[in-house]
Design a protein around this ligand. Structure first.
Ligand code: CO
Length: 454
């Protein structure tokens, strides 16, 4: 197998012209055991089945997955919290406890959006602290924390709480291309995260922490990226069981295990241990046909446009509604310009939505920044945090005028909220977990709790 990959990827040396200066001696990588984080119960169904997998279906495979020997299983966080209550009438905390009970052997992992937790705005530090405490108490071992702008101040509070309650704080760096996102930029970021107390990092290792890679299969590059990352020293990769892998999800567990078998990067996982799980997950997937985005294959156009798939489908539906589908090319060309004006934010939740809707307005409103969204106004005021590069000063002036802007950590402006929230929800919340449902999604939680208590 190793020979196969050498011939597939190792063309570089032999293709070098004879006259080229002697290359620096190649660092010999002796190999290391690679771990796999299985995302089947979180990112995979969030990416392919609109986050609809129910706890009943999860429990038909959880204990099998627990026995495979994964480095960890990502089972909670991201959109699952919201989706549990909103669509499945499930208490997300109860889901976590049931998965914990079914999986005594494997570390459980979740995804947390920094100071936004599992919501879409910044929460005060007392909320962050209690939320993280309850995640750990209910069974989470590893919390992967990220911020859309890679502003380390927006993950600080969550990292502190994660360590305080004894879990592993993994900070994810959102990777992106731009004139300011060079190796030094990412290494500098990684060093700051290490100084802050991060236990591991997603993507790049130049600071001596364990490094994990997370990517989606959309461009078709994912498994090749993983292989090169592993050769470069990456310790753990995110994959999903094959019936819920590839497309907009992650590469397949089985394929990665097979590719690394017998190489210096062997995962130690036995392929046979996964085979009986495959038909069960196929069966589960068949329960969600109405939400299933089917098999999208790969979409390499993302590589040149740099437009994430979700943003593209939003553009198309909004332009269609405005009867302006023919202007899609103008909108696509406007995205990198808006991103530059905003200091090159990576295009992930929520910055992708903020950049995308502004690019659309700039084209449809007959002038750049003639109309701006409230989010863009808040962004230019510094309320989302500090972007990777300075924002365009002229445009900032045009958008916020004399409105105040901040350079400090946005959550410093948020007063403690838990006491107030307790008063607001009253007897409807019976414990801290239920209180946090309300803090995260007030309207949805009220209905959910009222139904439950009825
Ligand atoms: Co993901």
């Amino acid at each position: 197998m190793a020979g196969f990959f050498k011939s597939l990827f190792g063309g570089g040396e032999s293709a070098a012209p004879a006259a080229a200066p002697a290359p620096a001696p190649k660092q010999v990588n002796k190999g290391h055991k690679v771990g796999i984080t299985d995302t089947t119960l979180r990112d995979a169904h969030q990416s392919l089945l609109a986050t609809r997998m129910s706890i009943d279906d999860i429990l038909t495979v959880a204990s099998d997955l627990d026995k495979v020997g994964f480095h960890s299983m990502e089972v909670w966080g991201g959109a699952t919290f919201d989706s549990c209550m909103r669509f499945l009438n499930e208490n997300p905390w109860e889901r976590l406890r049931k998965i914990r009970e079914a999986c005594p052997n494997t570390k459980l992992q979740m995804l947390l959006r920094g100071q936004n937790l599992l919501g879409y705005r910044h929460y005060s530090d007392d909320v962050v602290d209690l939320f993280v405490k309850k995640c750990v108490e209910n069974g989470i071992d590893i919390i992967r924390i990220f911020d859309a702008l890679n502003d380390v101040r927006n993950v600080e509070s969550a990292v502190r709480a994660t360590k305080k309650y004894g879990a592993h704080a993994q900070v994810a760096v959102s990777y992106t291309n731009s004139p300011v996102h060079n190796t030094e930029h990412f290494v500098g970021l990684a060093k700051k995260l290490k100084a802050m107390g991060a236990d591991s990092i997603c993507i790049k290792d130049e600071v001596g922490l364990m490094v994990q890679m997370h990517t989606h299969y959309t461009t078709g590059l994912a498994s090749m990226i993983y292989l090169k990352a592993i050769e470069g020293g990456c310790d753990v990769v995110d994959c999903a069981m094959s019936p819920l892998a590839m497309g907009t999800s992650q590469p397949a567990d089985e394929v990665m295990v097979a590719a690394l078998q017998g190489t210096p990067y062997d995962t130690g996982i036995k392929l046979e241990s996964m085979q009986p799980i495959v038909p069960k997950i196929k069966e589960i997937r068949s329960h969600y046909k109405e939400f299933d985005i089917a098999n999208p294959g790969v979409d390499p156009s993302v590589l040149s446009s740099q437009i994430p798939g979700g943003m593209m489908s939003n553009f198309l539906s909004q332009l269609k509604a405005a009867n302006a589908l023919d202007r899609i090319d103008e909108v696509l060309a406007e995205v990198p310009r808006v991103r530059k004006d905003m200091g090159y934010p990576p295009l992930v939740t929520p910055s992708s939505q903020i950049v995308g809707s502004q690019a659309l307005m700039n084209i449809l409103a007959g002038g750049r920044y003639k109309m701006v969204t409230n989010e863009v106004k808040a962004y230019f005021q510094g309320q989302y945090g500090q972007p990777p590069a300075p924002m365009d000063e002229e445009i900032k002036k045009q958008i916020i005028g004399n409105l105040p802007s901040i350079t400090h950590r946005p959550a410093d402006d948020l007063a403690p909220y838990l006491d107030e929230a307790r008063k607001e929800i009253g007897d409807l919340a019976k414990n801290d977990e239920e209180l946090l449902l309300y803090v995260m999604f007030p309207q949805v939680a009220k209905e959910f709790l009222a139904k439950k208590n009825a």
